[in-house]
Write a new protein. Structure first.
Length: 503
């Protein structure tokens, strides 16, 4: 498959510049944090970074199977700086730069005295995520993940919305560092297997590892370690315990980035399946069964929620399980649909969380009995509902093509009963989420008075809020209804991946 180096495609190392720009911007924000124009500076950095991501997409050859814009530099032993882009990584880089741009835009509405500090952490997280999505050296990926988890935890602890943000931070660290340790143990086994098979040194380079099958005695254990570690990040039942706490206590930006730019699903698609295809085939039915359990587990808890944050938590859990089902169909059509649905669901959940943040700011509650903002801020409700409708994947909605590809490709390898049951369970969960939100958002004034009689008058939307909601809504519709470019982007890497399973 090979690589195409950056100097064959552009006049400067684009991938390196995409990592350096937000890093430099974050350091400058550290010094400018109390200046009046700090938000405008952060917005400028986020927009330029988004422009670089668009340039990456514009110059990317979707028909070439080679990794593109490659950059390489030796560091220490098996650790090297090796980045390159395939269609899947370009899609995720575009996604994370859009999410950070929306978060920076939303940051102007928070009115914090120390806005520069929070924006600095957001740019630091952007550096880490972009580097992870472009990394080809898996040891580099692990080390950057350590920093990324630390930055996200700081965002949770310092700017949490609940009464106990530090407890959310601790639980987040416990789950995610444990999951990363499991992944690292699995990668060590794969790297050692490479050295053993080639009678040379260990390698963590994806290009090397894909060429040499993992030795038989290590395959299953390495696969289970990697999948268990990744399941924490997805998150997937039963290792999802961090998600309810983070959603209830944390800054809305942290779950937005964790669910929006889903690193766990990316790792499954780009690394785990490519490195361990034999083990993936052997464990496919077991993982699919666990995914179906996860769908209905999420559904059961969705039906019990009386808080909008709780509803979104378990709806996301159910939806992530459905996507994992699509991943382990291992069929080309389903893998394409899964990759698209991963990105599109991430965008939809991010938009819903942004609107939830503005709703909380106004109602000072996400209790389903105490929202009732339809008369004063209807646009927030409309955009939230648009995200939820897209997630269901009904005909005529933006997510339909991706969901159709995911389910159609999963029926033959996993069975129609398994696939249909998971799809119906997820649709019911999403449908209940939308029904509950509609009921709460359009609650009658008399009903609200019974719950919160001393509630102050709700202000009308500001110009910046209209801009945020409008931009989010436009991106959601454009990404959903104009999916051909994104399908072309992931077609080549997903077809190449399915060939490793004989499809």
């Amino acid at each position: 498959m090979g690589e195409i180096y950056w100097n064959q495609q552009t006049g400067f190392p684009l991938l390196g510049f995409m990592q350096v720009l937000p890093l430099a911007g974050g350091w400058l924000l550290l010094w400018l944090r109390n200046r009046a124009w700090v938000v405008h500076f952060a917005r400028f950095i986020a927009v330029v970074e988004l422009g670089l991501a668009i340039a990456l997409y514009a110059n990317f050859d979707v028909h070439s199977p080679a990794a593109q814009f490659a950059e390489y530099g030796d560091l220490l032993g098996p650790l090297s700086y090796h980045v390159a882009a395939d269609g899947l990584s370009v899609l995720f880089v575009l996604l994370v730069t859009v999410l950070i741009a929306l978060l920076v835009l939303a940051g102007a509405l928070r009115g914090e005295a120390d806005a520069g500090a929070r924006l600095m952490w957001l740019l630091g997280i952007e550096v880490a995520l972009v580097s992870m999505f472009l990394s080809v050296n898996l040891l580099w990926f692990v080390l950057v993940s350590v920093a990324e988890i630390g930055l996200l935890g700081q965002l949770l602890g310092a700017w949490g919305a609940g009464p106990e943000p530090r407890s959310a931070q601790r639980k987040f660290y416990q789950f995610h560092y444990a999951g990363l340790l499991l992944c690292f143990a699995g990668l060590l086994m794969v790297a050692w297997s490479y050295g053993y098979s080639t009678h040379g040194a260990m390698s963590f380079d994806l290009m090397d590892l894909k060429q040499v099958p993992v030795v038989r005695s290590f395959r299953n254990l390495a696969f289970l370690l990697l999948c268990l570690g990744v399941a924490v990040r997805v998150p997937l039942f039963p290792v999802h315990g961090w998600l309810p706490v983070v959603m209830r206590q944390g800054d809305i930006a942290a779950p937005l980035l964790l669910l929006g730019a889903n690193v766990g699903l990316y790792v499954l698609l780009r690394f785990v399946l490519a490195l361990l295809p034999t083990a993936a085939l052997a464990w496919r039915q077991a993982v699919a069964a666990l995914a179906v359990v996860g769908v209905f587990y999420g559904l059961v808890f969705v039906l019990q929620q009386r808080n909008l944050r709780g509803l979104l938590t378990f709806a996301a859990l159910s939806h992530a399980a459905l996507i994992v089902l699509g991943v382990f169909s291992l069929d080309a059509a389903s893998l394409m649909g899964t990759a698209l649905m991963t990105a599109y669901a991430g965008l939809a959940f991010a938009v819903m969380l942004l609107m939830l943040g503005r709703i909380y700011w106004r109602a000072r509650s996400t209790d389903l009995r105490a929202i009732g903002l339809a008369e004063r801020v209807p646009l927030l409700g409309i955009v939230f509902m648009a995200g939820g409708v897209a997630l269901i994947g009904l005909p005529g909605t933006p997510g339909f093509d991706a969901m159709h590809g995911l389910l159609e490709g999963a029926i033959l390898p996993l069975g129609s009963l398994t696939t249909i049951a998971a799809a119906v369970g997820n649709a019911v969960a999403m449908g209940f989420l939308l029904w509950a939100f509609r009921r709460a958002f359009f609650a009658a004034p008399a009903a609200l008075a019974e719950v919160e009689p001393a509630r102050p008058e709700v202000e009308a939307m500001a110009v910046m809020e209209y801009l945020l909601a409008g931009v989010a809504f436009a991106i959601l519709l454009a990404a959903g209804y104009y999916m051909a470019p994104w399908a072309e982007l992931v077609a080549t890497p997903m077809q190449a991946l399915s060939l490793r399973f004989g499809y």
